[in-house]
Design a protein around this ligand. Structure first.
Ligand SMILES: NC(=O)c1ccc[n+]([C@@H]2O[C@H](COP(=O)([O-])OP(=O)(O)OC[C@H]3O[C@@H](n4cnc5c(N)ncnc54)[C@H](O)[C@@H]3O)[C@@H](O)[C@H]2O)c1
Length: 404
């Protein structure tokens, strides 16, 4: 089998890689029948030289490869017929901007396996960049807060060489006795929690956190949906039911917005679930939140101050709760300052790639050399031989309606 690693072609270019040079070397040493080549790239976080130093051949034309691995969407013009591709296609949730890509995947007869859809037997996702989104998102939040309070300055995460340097920067953080709320329980929330723990902040449970207006030191609390939503008819909260019937639940976030200074949003939010707070809530005198690091980054609905995603180059903006509109960054104490970068793992591409690639090496590549007994690749394969696979046949009318 010949595997090729694609040069990222999306604009703006992504520096991440599916496999680091060391992981490529490991794969070659593990699978005797594996040939592995890398398409040269001037923008990857690991240079071409680092691949060749590990004995990996650079090859511009990947047309003799059987399987191709990338990270982001492959430009339509670069798709090669009949290959087996792995990348994030962002097509299976009817993403309009990628409808032409889905059509091209079918027209080219590709086998396309989407990283986002790779799930284990128990339904848990195999791959994701969430941990580093959480790490960078929380870091960016503390960076922004430092600027807003005029207390300390941190280097932007994307200017740090790696996580180790970012940890060094964190030592400059000097917080007043604020209360910090982190929402969620997935990879993003756990990544954000790593930063809070590196800062050696005191962790409180929800009850302790809500019991006092302030403490003798900065504190944080991680809350899950069972604390910030409740059943609309007063029934007991059950996660399983909430995930299925989010519309039966209402927000129970008021107690948090009245007693939180900094909100790090790391939850997963479903369209049917209640919003955290409304613009009207944010106008209230007892609405206390001053800074929101919105890693979840669902635009406008659940957290009204997240008016738009921000960029790595320009990560912060202010939201004026009275007008509901955006204002210059850190322009008033009455504003809520927002961090809403939507491609956070790109700020630490080396670490994020290493983490991602290690799961790919351990859990996915071996399946290419076996019969994929648990159907992990099969379940994540959206198109094959010019057709949608049975799991994704719900996209048929949608793709047929494309007239581009
Ligand atoms: N800003 C960025 O760069 C960036 C990067 C990665 C992820 N994200 C976003 O962060 C969010 C969290 O991602 P993650 O990787 O932690 O996800 P995850 O899949 O690791 O975890 C999701 C968690 O949410 C729970 N959950 C499932 N359905 C839910 C529901 N309806 N309501 C509440 N909780 C539910 C699950 O039990 C799980 O614990 C997602 O919205 C994701 O799109 C943002």
């Amino acid at each position: 089998m010949k595997i090729g690693i694609l040069r990222e072609g999306k604009t703006p270019p992504d520096k991440r890689v599916p496999f680091t040079p060391t992981q490529c070397e490991l794969l070659k040493n593990t699978f005797e029948d594996l040939e592995l080549v890398v398409q040269p790239s001037p923008i990857r976080c690991f240079s071409d030289d680092l691949y060749t130093q590990k004995g990996i051949v650079l090859q511009e034309d990947l047309s003799d490869c059987d399987v191709l691995f990338g990270v982001k969407e492959v430009p339509i013009k670069d798709l090669m017929a009949d290959k087996h591709y792995f990348f994030f296609s962002h097509t299976h949730k009817f993403q309009e901007y990628n409808r032409p890509l889905l059509k091209a995947m079918l027209d080219n007869g590709l086998k396309m396996t989407d990283y986002e859809c790779l799930t284990r037997k128990d339904g848990s996702r195999v791959l994701g960049f969430g941990r580093y989104a959480g790490i960078v998102g929380a870091y960016n939040g503390f960076r922004g807060l430092g600027i807003r309070l005029g207390r300390y300055e941190l280097k932007p995460a994307h200017e740090c060489d790696d996580f180790e340097e970012l940890k060094e920067e964190l030592k400059k953080v000097d917080l007043p006795n604020i209360k910090i709320l982190l929402t969620g329980s997935g990879r993003v929330a756990r990544g954000a929690e790593e930063i809070l723990k590196l800062l050696e902040l005191k962790e409180l449970n929800v009850e302790e956190y809500l019991s006092q207006e302030s403490f003798q030191e900065p504190v944080f609390c991680r809350a899950d949906a069972d604390s910030y939503v409740k059943h609309g008819q007063g029934k007991e909260f059950k996660f399983e039911d909430f995930f299925k019937n989010g519309g039966d639940y209402v927000s129970d976030f008021e107690k948090f917005y009245k007693s939180t200074d900094m909100f790090i949003a790391g939850h997963f939010w479903d369209q049917s679930s209640p919003v955290f707070f409304t613009q009207e809530d944010a106008k209230r005198d007892d609405f206390r939140i001053q800074f929101i690091s919105d890693i979840s980054c669902d635009i406008a609905d659940p957290i009204p101050s997240t008016l738009r995603p921000s960029t790595i180059a320009d990560p912060f903006y202010d939201y004026n709760p009275q007008t509901g509109s955006e204002e210059s960054t850190f322009s008033s104490d009455k504003n809520i300052s927002v961090m809403a970068v939507d491609n956070l793992p790109c700020e630490l591409p080396k670490d994020a790639s290493k983490d991602f690639g290690s799961h790919l090496v351990e859990e996915i590549v071996p399946l290419l050399f076996s019969n994929d007994a648990d159907g992990i690749i099969e379940r994540a394969t959206i198109t094959n031989g010019g057709k949608l696979t049975s799991n994704y046949s719900y996209l048929q009318d949608y793709v047929d309606a494309y007239k581009g």
